[in-house]
Design a protein around this ligand. Structure first.
Ligand SMILES: Cc1cc2nc3c(=O)[nH]c(=O)nc-3n(C[C@H](O)[C@H](O)[C@H](O)COP(=O)(O)OP(=O)(O)OC[C@H]3O[C@@H](n4cnc5c(N)ncnc54)[C@H](O)[C@@H]3O)c2cc1C
Length: 307
């Protein structure tokens, strides 16, 4: 039997749980479908969330799940694999179950695709880092490397120079000639050393990153390596619904209004499924905003229908 909810939230990270919390408290019959693979899972600590700074990401989400349960929100560990729209929405789950709802929140996050450098994936979120706001303080004043993935990595090298004055930019597969004159000038002023040549391996000793080896065999001692993974927004379900997306340098994201409403009536997006730059606190705020908007919108549409 297909169970029916007022709202289905797809994704149970900060964005989805926050939407579910406000919906549950607004007495909306709500289901969260969560595959249980939050983006920051590789990191032991979550930084920069006021009052939660340093908390383990898993603990943060476990508390969120407890909170939504208090208000009668259902949560299933499953994956939404398809969604269709008629008067309402039908969501098909990997388990074979299907569920229906009047409104949807897509909070499916994004996936980080790392360059294929041996040793890198194992260190990601520990001492191979993507975000100075998440990890910069913890590695301040250490010897940083920055692994270039696109010419935009220059920006990352300049940013991290706020946290350490010892920064080396490894050009990897980008040619020095691809850097603009402004980039080269800024790198010089910031004191960032530029090293051409492909990085062949991330070096690790006693469970710590110790440097990189280049394809020419030279090794460079470093304590932390910054890298910008390719962001792959999880927008498959939005695309199935025909939502309009807009290209950015960090992937294609849905076009939304300030509440997160997409171009598909009844479908909101929040968190990293909505935008690349959403940190945990922003994702939670976006989910909350979407949830509160949906509650008001359902109320008004039911009142209008009864007129
Ligand atoms: C290594 C690392 C460290 C980070 N550290 C920090 C930090 O210290 N501070 C900070 O503010 N930010 C940090 N971030 C960023 C942070 O991870 C994101 O801002 C945050 O996870 C966004 O929340 P979200 O709810 O949008 O997505 P997520 O937390 O990724 O949650 C999305 C959820 O949706 C589920 N899902 C996806 N598709 C489906 C589907 N089809 N059906 C059902 N469920 C689905 C996923 O399994 C996941 O559980 C870090 C990121 C990384 C990669």
């Amino acid at each position: 039997m297909t169970e029916t909810y007022e709202v289905i939230v797809i994704g149970g990270g900060a964005a989805g749980l926050s939407a579910a919390l406000v919906l549950g408290r607004a007495r909306r019959r709500t289901l969260v479908i969560d595959a249980g693979e939050p983006r920051n899972a590789p990191s032991a600590h979550m930084q920069g969330y006021l009052s939660r700074d340093g908390m383990a990401p898993a603990e943060f989400l476990a508390i969120g799940r407890e909170e939504i349960a208090r208000y009668g929100v259902d949560l299933v560990r499953d994956r939404a694999v398809d969604v269709t729209k008629d008067s309402d929405f039908t969501v098909a789950l990997e388990s074979g179950r299907s569920v229906r709802a009047r409104r949807l929140v897509i909070a499916t996050g994004l996936k980080d695709e790392l360059p294929d450098v041996p040793g890198l994936a194992e260190r990601f979120g520990r001492d191979a880092l993507h975000c100075p706001y998440c990890h910069g303080w913890e590695v301040r004043d250490q010897a940083f490397g920055v692994l270039t993935t696109t010419p935009l990595s220059v920006h990352q090298a300049l940013m991290v120079s706020q946290w350490s004055k010892d920064v080396t930019l490894f050009l990897h597969e980008v040619e020095e000639s691809e850097l603009s004159a402004d980039d080269v000038r800024r790198l010089g002023v910031a004191g960032v050393k530029v090293v051409p040549g492909a990085v062949a391996e991330v070096l690790v000793e006693e469970d710590r990153l110790t440097g990189v080896r280049l394809a020419d065999g030279s090794t460079h001692a470093r304590e932390a390596l910054f890298v910008a993974p390719r962001a792959v927004p999880q927008t498959d379900l939005l695309q199935r619904l025909g939502a309009e997306l807009t290209e950015t340098p960090f992937g294609a994201y849905p076009v939304v209004d300030p509440t997160g409403l997409t171009s598909v009536a009844g479908v909101w997006a929040a968190g990293n499924a909505m935008g690349f730059a959403e940190q945990v606190v922003n994702a939670a705020a976006g989910g909350y905003r979407a949830g509160a908007t949906i509650n008001g919108e359902l109320l008004m549409s039911d009142l209008d229908a009864a007129l």
